[in-house]
Design a protein around this ligand. Structure first.
Ligand code: RNT
Ligand code: ZN
Length: 414
């Protein structure tokens, strides 16, 4: 008997069907962020990051051209399993001869077509998109959509509108709706004297951006945050602002796991939002003491998030995207580790006796819940994971591939 067959029997004893879990896991898409590959720099002219977010580390071989980033993505994706999407930021426009001539408010689908072609070539499920409201000279005093300067505000509104148009084309081309996530860094380093004004300006800007968009192919979302580096005292787009905005507007909330207070968890927010929203989007990240965007690993909170998705039967409702950027280690390894960790967490959750656990809660039997929870921590989930990978021609021994790519490609970069 193989290890998988043995594991299957062990799980079956508790009424857990491993085959069902494997089939479900394969169909849960993960949107992989393009920005882990080049430390969030992009191709449209910026050479450093701003907006209160920061990459740390100097690992050699960062992709500095579209060719390099595409090659890295192709190699990294070859080590990832299941359904995947690519999440692209507007600063990753391939401007070609338009470079220096068109600004972010004039970007068009043609500047992103190569991304769609890459997604198709690699058999991806879809493409997601983000306007880039940072690392750009048109940010005025650190503000974009909430700027008091009408010219600045209008520029960023035009950027948002342009992105929604591009996203509609992306969605159509892929035959899968495109999530467009709006995150802005706007805020103040020190205590503001007007907290309402900037929020009203942001609301007005969002209304203008969302005036018109393709409802069939675009899913707009808004991402809140507590603070950024250098923007510690006040964030215009905080949680209350965006959650109310999204509810009133009938759009989606995006929860970034690094964007809440340290003891607050996103796992508990998912079912609360599902009670009101058709869809909830995630940026799965790993905050270490702050919104540090460490690589996602299989930790307790990731498992809790996965449990909420699985137990709410929200495979199609929770849009899982990753958002981290570690510049201190091999960037491909970072990518693959995050995707695999998310999937391992989902598999772990799928292999729990969820129906029984729910029944026990309703019967107030927390003694048995504790017993089962602890028991299932050491069940042979690893053997089921290996089976999942091997059915897709992959294995859990993938480090050599990374070493090979490091030797043959990364080490040769200037
Ligand atoms: C920043 C937000 C935002 C960015 C990306 C690059 O704190 O998490 O989502 O990380 O858009
Ligand atoms: Zn995020």
């Amino acid at each position: 008997m193989t290890r998988y067959e043995e594991a299957r029997k062990i799980y079956a004893k508790y009424g857990v069907d491993t085959e069902k879990a494997l089939a479900r896991l394969k169909n849960i898409p993960i949107s992989v962020h393009c920005w882990q590959g080049d430390d969030v720099i992009g191709f449209d002219g910026s050479d450093s990051l701003s907006g209160g977010i920061q990459t740390t580390g100097n690992y050699p071989g960062r992709a500095t051209t579209p060719e390099e980033l595409f090659a890295d993505i192709e190699r990294a994706f070859s080590l990832m399993s299941g359904k995947k999407r690519i999440n692209v930021h507007a600063c990753y426009a391939l401007l070609g001869e338009d470079k220096g001539k068109v600004d972010r408010d004039e970007y068009e689908y043609k500047h992103f077509k190569p991304w769609v072609e890459l997604a198709k070539k690699l058999g991806m499920d879809g493409v997601d998109f983000n306007p880039t409201f940072f690392a750009h000279p048109k940010m005025k005093d650190g503000l974009s959509l909430s700027s008091t300067d009408e010219e600045t505000r209008a520029f960023w509104v035009r950027h948002g509108k342009a992105c929604l148009k591009i996203a509609a084309e992306m969605g159509k081309a892929m035959g899968s709706p495109c999530l467009v996530n709006i995150w802005i860094p706007d805020g103040y380093k020190d205590i503001p004297t007007d907290r309402l004004g900037p929020r009203l300006r942001l609301k007005k800007s969002l209304d203008e951006i969302l005036e018109e968009y393709d409802k069939e192919w675009v899913i707009p979302a808004v991402e809140s945050k507590v603070f950024g580096i250098g923007i510690e005292s006040y964030t215009v787009g905080n949680n209350e602002f965006y959650q109310n905005y999204a509810a009133k507007k009938g759009i989606c909330c995006l929860l970034d796991t690094g964007h809440y207070h340290p003891t607050e968890v996103v796992s508990d927010k998912i079912p609360s939002l599902l009670a009101f929203y058709d869809k909830v989007a995630l940026h799965v990240s790993r905050p270490v003491r702050w919104d540090s965007d460490h690589v996602v690993i299989l930790d307790d909170e990731l498992k809790e998030i996965a449990k909420e998705i699985v137990r709410s039967n929200a495979d199609d409702k929770v849009i899982i995207g990753l958002d981290y950027f570690d510049a201190s280690i091999n960037r491909l390894c970072a990518w693959v580790t995050g995707v695999r960790s998310m999937q391992k967490a989902l598999l772990y959750a799928l292999l729990l006796p969820n129906e029984e656990l729910k029944r026990l809660q309703n019967e107030n039997d927390f003694t048995k819940i504790m017993y089962l929870n602890e028991k299932f921590k050491l069940m042979p989930v690893g053997d089921v994971w290996e089976e999942y990978l091997s059915r897709q021609g992959l294995s859990d021994d993938w480090y050599e591939d990374i070493e090979k790519f490091e030797r043959e490609v990364i080490a040769k970069r200037k």
